[in-house]
Ligand binder design. Structure first.
Ligand code: 4NP
Length: 148
């Protein structure tokens, strides 16, 4: 797998994908590669990440407090080489916006066969679980790129 621009996608772009965005950017540490995140919904557009995501990232030495939520759009298929979604609902919603096979093929579940479950309605421990799952998946991608 070759290095390319990466977009992390969840539903609201305030809990899971901001963590994925921050973790991937931190591990990659290469400004030439575009890393971003977006939500399939627009409920939280313009909002900062959930305070629990900010705190979890901070506990691991990653600052995601400057991020702002935005909605996924068709232009993202051009801007990004890899579109990683957190769950199967995200996969359906992003696939529904794809118009070519090439666009569809850019989209995959971050955990390949598993979902990063939405921690929004649970306690803070859910965010740590999400962090660990995402961190492991990001490391795996970067190992495949030979960048870790
Ligand atoms: P996220 O979590 O998709 O990981 O950002 C959610 C955030 C907000 C809502 C749902 C999921 N919400 O329904 O407002």
């Amino acid at each position: 797998m070759r290095a390319g621009n990466v977009l992390m996608v969840c539903l609201g772009n305030i809990c899971r994908s901001p963590l994925a965005h921050g973790i991937f950017e931190h591990l990659l540490n290469d400004k030439r590669v575009l890393v971003d995140s977006a939500g399939t919904a627009n409920y939280h557009s313009g909002a900062s990440p959930d305070p629990r995501s900010i705190a979890t990232a901070k506990a691991h030495g990653i600052d995601i407090s400057h991020q702002k939520a935005r909605q996924f759009g068709r232009a993202d298929f051009d801007a990004f080489d890899y579109i990683y979604v957190m769950d199967k609902e995200n996969l359906r919603n992003v696939h529904a916006l794809a118009t070519t096979t090439a666009e569809k093929n850019k989209v995959r579940l971050l955990l390949e066969t598993e979902e990063v479950e939405d921690p929004y309605y649970g306690g803070p421990e859910g965010f740590e679980i999400v962090y660990k799952k995402i961190h492991t998946a990001c490391q795996k991608i970067l190992e495949e790129w030979n960048r870790l």
